[in-house]
Design a protein around this ligand. Structure first.
Ligand code: T46
Length: 133
């Protein structure tokens, strides 16, 4: 599977404005167990710098934009999330970094699992060992 998997969410707008519906196993390819959002990120601050052992996520900037870097241990690729209709699917064992948050950025993330700190790999060398096993 490609490292950068962008999903275009169909806008269900009418003359009143726009609406996007995110549905488990329809627009989002897993059962959604958790939703969180990141906002108010200070200018110049980057986030992420970890991978997950068992977690699928879809990230979308519902307002503003930020730049994702994904790394599978062999290649690094990047994508701008800059539209409420553009989602990024992030699979297990992918190192992620988020950079260049706009001041108004609200990054919404849908996750396949509940929060579990023991699922995080926050050390890059440990991540490289995990992907080459
Ligand atoms: C990810 C990227 C895209 C919780 O208590 N519950 C939660 O569901 C989450 C996501 C975080 N936290 C706590 C853990 C930390 O004390 O909130 C604090 C900030 O989390 P973290 O430093 O991991 O945040 P980011 O922005 O570096 O990463 C987050 C997600 O944690 C991560 O899974 O893929 O966004």
């Amino acid at each position: 599977m490609a490292l950068i998997n962008l999903v275009e969410f169909p806008p269900l707008g009418d003359d009143r404005g726009s609406l996007v519906a995110l549905e488990a196993n329809v627009t989002v390819p897993f059962e959604i167990k958790r939703v969180y959002y990141i906002f108010g990120t200070k200018q110049g601050v980057s986030r992420g710098f970890h991978a997950h052992k068992n977690l699928k996520q879809v990230a979308v900037c519902v307002t503003g934009k930020c730049r994702f870097v994904l790394d599978d241990g062999q290649t690094r690729q990047e994508a701008w999330l800059d539209s409420p209709t553009k989602g990024l699917l992030i699979e297990d064992l992918v190192w992620r970094e988020m950079h260049d948050f706009s001041e108004d950025c609200v990054l919404l993330v849908l996750a396949s699992e509940h929060y579990d700190e023991s699922d995080y790999i926050r050390d890059y060398d440990e991540f490289l060992k995990a992907v080459t096993q």
